[in-house]
Design a protein around this ligand. Structure first.
Ligand code: IFM
Length: 757
């Protein structure tokens, strides 16, 4: 892989790596996610493309908790192109040379190039580029340039909208060849350059697509002919090319679905078709919209490593996945870049992804939290169906917030997600002071989830403590345990938050607060109960070791020889020991108590954090992509600079190096958010608590300086950190902000301030 400033590229064509690279070179705009697939491929699994839309799910293949599962739907391949040269199809790639593919993250453009030879040795240079518009999210641009390096008598290029696709089903990768998945279209309507399909989901969602194509020979327009069959439509062009002549195809695609807030999708399609689009204009608008996002999101790093580019790559993918246009859909664990986990949303979103948005684009974070509000009824139903009170957020959800984990696969235990959502709601409020959100939505979630915890805790009269039995914490190798410290502390936070949030709301908005209190059927007795359970909830801790324990049995389990259990990159459960064996051992699949120290950096003493890191780090298998970043953050916090940098590398380059061996199934979005967090919370050492911004830098030796923007209390702050000083500048707003460095508070008004550390 090659790294240069804003561009990630690859110059090797390796058929075995191709589908993993398709995921790596994904692009998107929060509405579409488009893998880096070869649009001219009509032969392999890649012929199915790999284009997804946020919230668009078809019928899945197994029984979930409320009926059939759903799965992220692979859309019609709207980028399909059939190219033939002197009657030979360009879709077998064995004879290509000079291959390159690159992602320009500043422009948001994915490009590919290679040379191809006909069987009688005539050569063509083919270049492809595409973007999903950040300006008008319903649009995709595609440009293909074909240059004849020898005379070509007959070049034929058909630009199609093709519904003859199935899901990729790349999880069936072994044994090769990959078996295609389902086709989700129960009916199709094919017209001139327009196509609509109806999905097999319970709502019979309709997706409408249209395209405009423009072709040029050496810059002069060429006329095409309409082509349609029962599944595809498009425009085809033929021409002959002398040596060095160039054929160019430009195409703009437009999509609108019955899930959009559009009153008349058909009319929108007609409007699109009737106004000629321009590729260059769409591209320019897209680049400018993306550059607005980069203005706040970018992190500049002065280093002679490739880290600047890879950090930008991690951030770029977060920008591409965020559905800023809606508050109805959450961000899935693999975003819109693959089908693993059926496209579902997990705690990955709140704990790993959203911190990036909380500090760089709070309104996008609010929309993600609103997704949880819109699915609160599903969480209430989930609690009731499992004989609990209040709202129990399911572990893995589709757009309706319904549990999608296969039945009997542990979702019943994975309840920390409920506390994780409550935690992030409080973080959002603390960072933005968005009282309207808290009064109208957030407080209701906090109250209902607190009710859940009370009904989920058990009181033991022998020790006078509450306990949470039978749970699966972040360490999923503990099939289930009692009193997982992570789960219990999130529950405590959730339970206590009701009292503290309500006090502030009452103070600031007495009338609205009274209405809220009534609406929730709240009572002071119930709130006292929340506090009582929180105060008496057992948090496993060994006083002699000053160590927080993952659960109540971790210390008495056997030691596991990790070298033996994990001799390769493969997960333990995929190589040496079955799931059932693991609760016998002191083995942690992914950061658990370590993560707790990252979420509550001001709660634990330095010694406690060191003890947690030293104890759990050697016992952690990192068999999940969610493991590296918390280790990096905590290592930075306790001054283990080299360890922190090592974990940063694992996290930042995770998909590029296919560290988890499953990038083919989609990129790891929690890890992208985690990488950002290592830089922001770890290396820059920024955290917020009680209305202050804390800065405790821990720059890696390989980095000389970092410079970033963050939003805090509705104001944008620019922070530049070098080896010995911190420069802070407020860029907008007029409220002085408090920044705390080395236990000293500094007031930031409209003058920049430099603080030595
Ligand atoms: O949410 C995670 C979980 O923590 C580990 N397994 C994968 C899930 C989705 O990323």
């Amino acid at each position: 892989m090659l790294y240069s400033d804003w561009t990630l590229s690859n110059n090797e064509y390796d058929p075995k790596e191709r589908q993993a690279r398709d995921a790596l070179f994904s692009t998107g705009n929060g509405y579409f996610g488009i893998r880096g697939f070869f649009e001219e491929d009509n032969e392999t699994i890649g012929a199915n493309g790999g284009i997804y839309m946020t919230g668009v799910f078809g019928m899945g293949s197994y029984d979930a908790w409320e009926g059939k599962s759903s799965e992220l739907c692979n859309l019609p391949n709207v980028l399909r192109v059939c190219i033939s040269c002197n009657d030979e199809d360009i879709d077998g790639f064995s004879s290509i040379s000079d291959f390159s593919q690159s992602l320009d993250m500043k422009k948001g453009v994915y490009a590919r190039r290679y040379l191809w030879k006909t069987s009688d040795g005539r050569r063509l240079e083919l270049c492809f580029e595409r973007f999903a518009s950040m300006h008008d999210i319903h649009r995709i641009g595609q440009r293909i340039t074909i240059k004849a390096l020898d005379k070509i008598d007959n070049l034929s290029v058909a630009a199609l909208l093709d519904s003859d696709v199935t899901n990729l089903n790349l999880a069936s990768g072994e044994p090769f060849p990959i078996q295609p998945g389902r086709n989700h279209f129960i009916s199709r309507n094919v017209r001139t350059n327009a196509l609509s399909v109806t999905l097999d989901d319970p709502d019979s969602t309709v997706l409408n697509f249209a395209q405009q194509t423009f072709a040029y020979l050496n810059g002069k327009a060429v006329t095409g002919r309409i082509t349609t069959n029962s599944k595809a439509c498009g425009t085809a062009y033929t021409c002959s090319l002398n040596k060095n002549e160039v054929f160019t195809l430009e195409k703009i695609i437009f999509a609108v679905t019955s899930l959009d807030e559009s009153l008349n999708p058909e009319q929108e399609i007609e409007d699109f078709l009737s106004k000629p689009a321009s590729y260059e204009q769409e591209l320019a608008r897209h680049c400018s919209a993306l550059s607005d996002k980069w203005r706040v999101a970018d992190i500049e790093i002065d280093t002679n490593t490739t880290d600047l580019t890879i950090v930008r790559y991690n951030i770029y993918q977060l920008l591409c996945v965020c559905p800023e246009h809606t508050d109805r859909f959450g961000i899935g664990a693999r975003g819109l870049t693959g089908e693993m986990y059926e496209g579902c949303v997990f705690w990955d979103n709140e704990i790993f992804v959203l911190p990036f948005f909380l500090y760089t684009n709070p309104s996008a974070a609010r929309k993600q939290l609103m997704f949880r509000y819109h699915t609160l009824d599903a969480a209430r139903r989930h609690a009731k169906n499992n004989w609990f009170e209040g709202a129990m957020y399911p572990w893995q959800v589709d757009r309706k917030g319904v549990e999608q984990t296969p039945v009997n696969c542990g979702a019943f235990y994975a309840i920390h997600i409920t506390g994780d959502i409550a935690f992030t709601i409080c973080r959002y409020w603390e960072l933005t002071q968005d009282d309207e959100f808290m009064l109208s939505y957030g407080a209701e979630i906090l109250y209902e989830t607190a009710r859940f915890w009370v009904s989920r805790c058990d009181y033991n009269s022998f020790d006078g403590r509450y306990h949470i039995l039978s749970v699966r914490g972040p360490n999923e190798y503990d099939v289930y345990v009692n009193d997982n410290a992570f789960t219990n502390m999130m529950a405590v936070y959730n339970l206590k938050s009701v009292n503290s949030v309500f006090k502030k709301l009452k103070e600031r908005h007495p009338d609205e607060f009274d209405k809220l209190f009534k609406r929730l059927g709240a009572s002071h007795e119930e709130i006292s109960k929340f506090c009582e359970v929180a105060d008496k909830l057992n948090i496993p801790y060994n006083a002699q070791m000053d160590l927080y324990l993952e659960d109540d049995t971790y210390l008495i389990r056997r030691k596991l020889d990790l070298k033996r259990a994990k001799p390769t990159k493969k997960r333990i459960i995929d190589s040496t020991l079955p799931y059932e064996a693991l609760p016998l051992y002191q083995v942690t699949k992914q950061a658990d108590t370590v993560l707790l120290c990252c979420l509550f950096p001001h709660l634990f003493t330095k010694r406690q954090k060191e003890n947690v890191y030293k104890f759990y780090e050697p016992r952690t298998a990192h068999d999940s992509s969610l493991s590296y970043s918390p280790h990096g953050i905590l290592a930075a916090d306790i001054g283990l600079h080299e360890e922190a940098y090592r974990y940063f590398k694992e996290s930042a380059y995770l998909d590029v190096n296919d560290l988890q061996l499953n990038t083919i199934n989609g990129l790891h979005f929690a890890n992208f958010g985690g990488t950002w967090q290592i830089v922001f919370h770890g290396f820059a050492g920024i955290s917020a608590s009680n209305g202050k911004l804390y800065i405790k830098p821990a720059l890696p030796t390989q980095w000389n300086r970092i410079s970033l923007h963050c939003l805090f209390l509705k104001q944008t702050v620019k922070i530049t950190i070098d080896k010995s000083s911190i420069a802070v500048k407020r860029l907008d707003g007029d409220t002085p902000l408090t920044v705390c460095v080395n236990n000293q508070d500094y007031l930031i008004d409209d003058k920049p301030l430099t603080i030595d550390y």
